[in-house]
Design a protein around this ligand. Sequence first.
Ligand code: HEC
Ligand code: HEC
Ligand code: HEC
Length: 199
Amino acid sequence: MNCHRAIKVGSTYGTAELTKIFASVGYDPSTDKYIPNYEDLSKDEIEQVYKKWISDIYITDKGTLDPMGERTINEQWDGIVEALTDKKTRDFKIQGPIEWVRIHNLPDHAYFNHAQHVSVGKLECQTCHGPVEAMEVVKQYSPLSMGWCINCHRQTAVKFTENPYYQSYAKFHKEIAKGERDKVTVEEIGGLECQKCHY
Ligand code: HEC
Ligand code: HEC
Ligand code: HEC
C-alpha cells in the first residue's frame, strides 16, 4: 500500500474508488495498517471500519456530519459491497479481489504480447487503447482485428538500431549505414508471418 498511503482520496471520486481497494485487502486507511485476521471479520465489522474512514473525510469543522455526508457514506458503502461481493457465485464476502471485468479479448488462436510492443517497441498505451486517462468507463478503442495488427506492422518501424536483437540483420544495417534506408518496419523483420501471431 505504499502508493495509497500518500494518496487516499481521489480527485474525481473522493474516497469511493480507493476505499474499494482498501476494503478488498483489509487495509485500514485511518491507522495505516493492515487489519489483523481480516479474513475472519464479519461484514458488519468491516462496514464499521470503512464507514468510519469515509465519514472522517466528510465531517464538518463543527465535528458533525451534514445530511449530505450521511448519504454519501451510505452510497459509497453500498457501492463497495456491490463491487466486492459476487451475486453470481453467491460469494457475499467483502474480503478478496475486486472482480476484473474483461472487455478486450483476442481469440485463443492469436498471440499478443504487451512486452514486445511496450518495452521493446516503445509504443504508448494510448496508441492502441486510446485516451484511457479520460475514459469514465474503459471501452475498447481499437478493432483488435487481424487487419489492424497487420496494418500497423506494415507502417511502423521497429527500434532497429537500439535493439541488439536486430544485430543479425546485416543487410538492413548496411543500407542504413549507406543512407539507403532510414527505418526498418515490423513487416520487414517478419511481422506479417502467420506463425508470429498464430501457433
Ligand atoms: C500500433 C502499432 C501496432 C499494432 C496495432 C500491433 N503491433 Fe505488433 N508490433 C508493433 C511493433 C512496433 C513491433 C516491433 C517491436 C520491436 O521489436 O521494436 C511489433 C511486434 C510484434 C510481434 C513480434 C514480431 C517479430 O517478428 O518478432 C508480434 C508477434 C506482434 N507484434 C503481434 C501483434 C498482434 C497479434 C497485434 C494485433 C492484436 C499487433 N501486433 C498489433 C506494432 C504494432
Ligand atoms: C500494440 C497495441 C497495444 C499497446 C501499445 C498496448 N496494448 Fe494493452 N492490449 C492490446 C491488445 C491487443 C489487448 C488484448 C489482448 C488479449 O486479449 O489477449 C490488450 C489488453 C490490455 C488489457 C486487458 C484489458 C481487458 O479488457 O481486460 C490491459 C489492462 C492493457 N491492455 C493495458 C495496457 C497498458 C497499461 C499499456 C501501456 C503500458 C498497453 N496496454 C499497451 C494492445 C495494446
Ligand atoms: C500481426 C499478427 C497477425 C499475423 C501476422 C497474422 N494474423 Fe491472423 N489473426 C490475427 C488476429 C489478432 C486475429 C483475430 C482477429 C479477430 O478476432 O477479429 C487473426 C485471425 C485469423 C484467422 C481467423 C479469422 C476468423 O474469422 O476468425 C485466420 C484464419 C487467420 N488469422 C489466418 C492468418 C494467416 C493465414 C496468416 C498469414 C498469412 C495470418 N493470419 C497472419 C493476427 C495475425
